[in-house]
Design a protein around this ligand. Structure first.
Ligand SMILES: [Zn+2]
Length: 123
């Protein structure tokens, strides 16, 4: 009566039994869950790597003894900066929005230039 035409999410075999069944057995359930976890782990790792790389690039372009620096988009791109990823943003009272990768931030300026800044401690 309860038999439905559904396939196992993991191996694609026809399932028999309860309507809410999703897997043939524990083997398929575990294998599926493991594959999901590794996809997610990989995604998180890729994003973390991109963020750390962005931070490294900003750090290398902002001399330690300077509070700010100006660089072009081209330089950032050449270094491999990924504009898709940042950790947080900060809006000044003037309305400027700085995007940060950890403690290093950048503000888009006119002419495809960027102002690089370092977040002060306690901010
Ligand atoms: Zn299966």
């Amino acid at each position: 009566m309860d038999t439905v035409n559904k396939q196992c999410i993991y191996c694609g075999k026809d399932l028999r039994g309860r309507a809410d069944k999703k897997f043939c057995d524990d083997y398929c359930r575990n294998a599926y869950n493991n594959s999901q976890n590794s996809d997610r782990t990989r995604m998180v790792r890729n994003i973390n790597n991109a963020l750390r790389k962005n931070r490294r690039i900003l750090e290398s372009l902002l001399p330690a003894h300077e509070a700010t620096a100006k660089v072009s988009r081209q330089i950032l791109q050449t270094e491999g900066f990924n504009f898709k990823f940042f950790t947080h943003q900060y809006q000044t009272r003037k309305g400027d929005v700085y995007l940060f990768c950890y403690e290093y931030g950048y503000l888009p300026l006119e002419g495809d230039m960027f102002l690089l800044v370092r977040q002060k401690e306690g901010q």
